[in-house]
Design a protein around this ligand. Structure first.
Ligand code: NAD
Ligand code: ZN
Length: 257
């Protein structure tokens, strides 16, 4: 057992359930979904502009085509990996109170996590930019593929957009406030698989630290918060989290036996 795994487990155990996880695209790369900025990231192939609201509004038809190819189809095929399952196990065991995620892929929920705050929306829904309509994206996919046109709102006929936060759009207010309050009240924040380059989401770990939480970073490359962390583990999430969960959940069962 590596000493890093033991240290992460000890920090979680001594925080008595008051632990919050903050995740990014890196927790899902082991499920085959590329991140943005990692070595095999999406930005190596396409320009970040494609996922900006300005670009969407200028050319919604092309933007939809790219969204289906680069986001919807690959994510629809993906399944949770051992890191997502470990996160869910820690929550079920009462060791973690919730997950704040920047991911849109729903893999935390698919793995069984219950208290998940999605800061950037979800990949499988659409939203109308004019009225309040929200719906299941699946119903529109075939039509978009066939017509090569952006889908229209069934209520007001305006153009529908994927229900994910594009660059240049504000974060959903309730989620942002809930995330800030969960982060501020935590004793330990574990940051997993994020470059902390996307704002305002990246303010959340800073705010947790400012209000007294200890931070652990599990990321395979450096992050801007490493200097303020109690512990930095520069490894893959899937190599660390399952071992941590195995240690803690077994220990807990033994204690109660
Ligand atoms: P990012 O691409 O900026 O950073 C990912 C980080 O994770 C990198 O530092 C990388 O080195 C690290 N990493 C990659 N694989 C890892 C692994 N297996 N274990 C540990 N670390 C690993 O991603 P971000 O910070 O989440 O920001 C990108 C934004 O794009 C997010 O806000 C998110 O909304 C969106 N996004 C989501 C998904 C998804 O839902 N799966 C995928 C791509 C992008
Ligand atoms: Zn509408």
């Amino acid at each position: 057992m590596s000493s890093e795994i033991v240290k992460v487990a000890e920090l979680i155990a001594s925080s008595r359930g008051n632990v919050v996880l903050f995740t990014g695209a890196g927790i899902s790369t082991e499920s085959g979904i590329p991140d943005f900025r990692g070595p095999k990231g999406l930005w190596k192939r396409i320009s970040p502009e494609i996922f900006s609201i300005e670009f969407f509004q200028e050319d919604p038809d092309f933007s939809w085509k790219k969204y289906l190819e680069e986001v919807y189809v690959p994510i629809s095929r993906a399944s949770p990996n051992s890191a997502h399952y470990a996160v869910a196990k820690l929550e079920a065991g009462g060791l973690v109170k919730g997950v704040i995620t920047q991911n849109i892929d729903r893999l935390h929920q698919k793995a069984g996590s219950r208290n998940v705050i999605e800061l950037h929306g979800r990949f499988d829904e659409v939203q109308c930019l004019r009225c309040s309509f929200r719906g299941d994206l699946k119903k529109f996919v075939e039509e978009v593929k066939k017509s090569e046109k952006a889908p229209r709102c069934p209520r007001c006929s305006s153009i529908l957009k994927p229900a994910v936060v594009y660059f240049g759009e504000p974060l959903p207010e309730k989620e942002l406030l809930d995330a800030l309050s969960m982060a501020r009240s935590s004793s330990l924040l574990i940051i997993i698989g994020t470059s902390l380059a996307v704002y305002p989401a990246a303010l959340i770990p800073q705010e947790a630290i400012r209000t007294g939480a200890k931070a652990v970073v599990i990321n395979d490359s450096p992050t801007p918060i490493d200097g303020k962390a109690e512990l930095v583990v520069r490894r893959k999430a899937g190599e660390i989290l399952p071992e941590v969960a195995k240690m803690l959940v077994v220990e807990k069962n033994e204690e109660t036996a």
